[in-house]
Design a protein around this ligand. Structure first.
Ligand code: PLP
Length: 430
């Protein structure tokens, strides 16, 4: 039995799992096992042939992961989800589930530096062309779309620019062209549901807010079940042509009786099977713990971040503060259209003294941790130009919004007085 609710506060505690069928355990058990015994040879055969759903081997599925996947799919309003070992793996699988060598896809320029590297270098080496476009004009996506374009890719609230992506505008263009929009919603769980605005696939680095404790690396792909892959057979050969690695299965047909889950099933039984980056059941358990308090934490992150943005905005040594609450015009319209309940927990700012001032500020912080992460319950800070974005050229850094003096803060859920006191003393030291 599962609980029927539309409220995130309820879904994160009850969706997909109520108690263990054999032990009645209320907390989701960690099924730390590689394999699952088959009832009979017929049962084994049915599972491998996908005539029946069930557990085979933990590289491909696991009951602990299944509870997390169902919970996040319910939270997003999607039909099914797939957990993987990291956010990077989630991005890799999300796009290569549709693209093969010789194909292309269109990506926003406003993306995480690691995703940029994957797209601009590793995927290029694999023969997949990524066409980067500036999302300030959604029509840029249409302009570079051709018959080999397999998807659009973007982040809801990309740091460092923190310009909310025009989800509906680009999703609408994609639907007219027959191209699905994949959204990296890592910075905005709870406050944005990209499926409500037309996205077809949502992915997460669960490492960030969903975990919240900063203990585990993980990723998630959620299938919206809202894109008609069969209506565009030629555009999506991976889903519409016989798969030689699976007895010639045509995924859109093979899983039709189970629902609109061709995309996520292929990611699981082909990509996860072959490329093998599963989330460990232990980490899935950790993310289940994090998920339980996600709505409460997001509220606190958002409230604190807005107060930090206001504080920095009135500080004489700060030349520029980046946070959706302070934006105006079209950027603010997008922030208000796509975020609800807050403007996220990330704040960027630039100091009068550029790179040297940025370094000095970070070295002076006492409460904030200096780490390459976001979304932890603790407050975090980093200087992207010399760390997360250092492998990008100066032009690439500028295109993603990283200036030499930019400092990124991920505001935690400590008491706001302590957060502001630490920022104040570090600014005094600059
Ligand atoms: N997407 C975004 C927006 C990120 O910030 C990150 C990591 O910082 C990733 C994806 C990659 O996630 P992971 O570190 O879990 O591989």
């Amino acid at each position: 039995m599962t609980v029927d609710s539309r409220h995130p506060e309820t879904l994160v505690l009850h969706a997909g799992y109520r108690s263990d069928e054999t032990t009645n355990a209320v907390a989701v058990p960690i099924y730390q096992t590689t394999s699952f015994q088959f009832d009979s040879t017929e049962h084994a055969e049915n599972l491998f042939a996908l005539k029946e759903f069930g557990n085979i081997y933990s590289r491909i599925m696991n009951p602990t992961n299944d509870a997390l996947e169902q919970r996040i799919a319910a939270l997003e309003g999607g039909v099914a989800a797939l957990s993987v070992a990291s956010g990077q793996a989630a991005t890799m699988y999300a796009v290569t589930n549709l693209c093969r060598a010789g194909d292309n896809f269109v990506s926003s320029t406003d993306i995480y530096g690691g995703t940029w590297n994957l797209f601009a270098n590793t995927l290029k080496d694999l023969g997949i062309e990524v066409r980067f476009v500036d999302p300030s004009d959604p029509e840029n996506f249409r302009r570079v779309t051709d018959e080999k374009t397999r998807c659009y890719y973007a982040e809801t609230l990309p740091n460092p620019k923190l310009n909310v992506f025009p989800i509906k505008e680009v999703a609408d263009i994609g639907r007219a062209e027959g191209v699905p929009l994949i959204m990296d919603n890592t910075a905005c769980p709870i406050i944005c549901r990209p499926f409500d605005h037309g996205a077809a696939v949502v992915m997460y680095s669960t490492t960030k807010y969903i975990g919240g404790h900063g203990t585990s690396i993980g990723g998630m792909i959620v299938d919206g079940g809202n894109f008609d892959w069969e209506a565009h057979k030629e555009r999506f050969p991976t889903l519409n042509e016989p798969d030689p690695s699976y007895h010639g299965a045509v995924w859109t047909e093979a899983v039709k009786p189970l629902g609109p889950i061709a995309y996520i099933i292929r990611a699981r039984v082909v990509l996860l099977r072959d490329l093998g980056s599963p989330m460990s059941p232990f980490n899935a358990f950790q993310f289940i713990q994090g998920l339980e308090t996600l709505p409460l934490r997001l509220r606190a992150h958002c409230e604190n971040a807005t107060k930090v943005a206001d504080f920095l905005n009135s500080h004489p040594k700060v030349t520029n503060v980046i946070h959706p609450s302070l934006q105006s015009g079209e950027l603010k319209r997008r922030a208000d259209a796509y975020l609800s309940g807050g403007y996220g927990g990330l704040v960027g700012f630039e100091l009068e003294g550029g790179r040297d001032a940025g370094r000095k500020f970070i070295d002076s912080l006492e409460l904030f941790y200096h780490v390459a992460n976001i979304g932890d319950a603790r407050s975090l800070a980093i200087h992207p130009a010399t760390t997360t974005h250092s492998q990008l050229s100066d032009e690439e850094q500028a295109a993603t919004g990283v200036s030499p003096g930019y400092v990124r803060l991920s505001i935690g859920i400590e008491h706001i007085d302590d957060i502001l006191a630490d920022l104040k003393q570090a600014l005094d030291a600059v």
